[in-house]
Design a protein. Sequence first.
Length: 288
Amino acid sequence: MQGTLNMRDLGGLCTSDGRRIIKGRLLRSANLAQITSNDVTKLERLGVKKVVDLRGPKEALDQPDHVPAGTAIISSPIIGSNTGDEINDSTIRKLVIGAGLPESMLDVAEVTKHGPYYRMLFLVDSYGTKSHTSRLSRYRPFFHAVIDLAPDETILVHCTGGRDRTGVGIALLLRALGVCQQDIEADFVASNHALQPEREDPNSTAFLRFHAANVFLQPPTNKHYQQITRQLGASPEIIRDAVKLRVDLLRLMFESIDAQYGSFSSFLESQLGVGPQELEILKSKLLA
């Protein structure tokens, strides 16, 4: 893809009963606002008929998806509203101080100029909490869009960067399908590198072309990133580490699900409307 990052096919992942996710059926990516006409043609060729957008209303309105004609866009916002992320100043202070960041990172105007750092910090900090676990019911439209897939359709799910919100939705789906935890975690943390175009070149500014790839996600060796962090009064390592995706975040999430709902299958049924019958349909649509 020329106009977006972090796009990959989940096809080929193996489940505990020896089946595999069908290639070209389930895709994930960063937002589709900047994709090119060649990208649109590629999505058409892949059979993408459904796009699940996990962004908040304002994010989706500010950067609307560019998709093939006839594609259904299913809005399933995980956080946010018509006015933005709704993360107030007291929450920002708590997050910044809690992450061990200097108070210079409380300069909201300066920080947000370079990307949605506070949103990423908010999401990463919330894994395993009751509020995060309660939000997981908002993935119901995603699961039911998969259940309703026609045999010749491909589904693509995304948020802005395709990391936290998309990563969680995909992790939930992979676990429901019976993919092993190690593979689920490997796919989750792959977003750490997939949002770093030309990551080996410390002088690269290629990431500036993409709404999804803000400076805070780049390698600490990147010269432009180092310049920004000097202005913010913190090291690039500490800023990035605070929002880096880690396998322990998913483990906290799954532990919280078990604690709050008794089991993962109980969570699927009570919160996502995926009981035994729906789960078999889900597997029939994605597995071979």
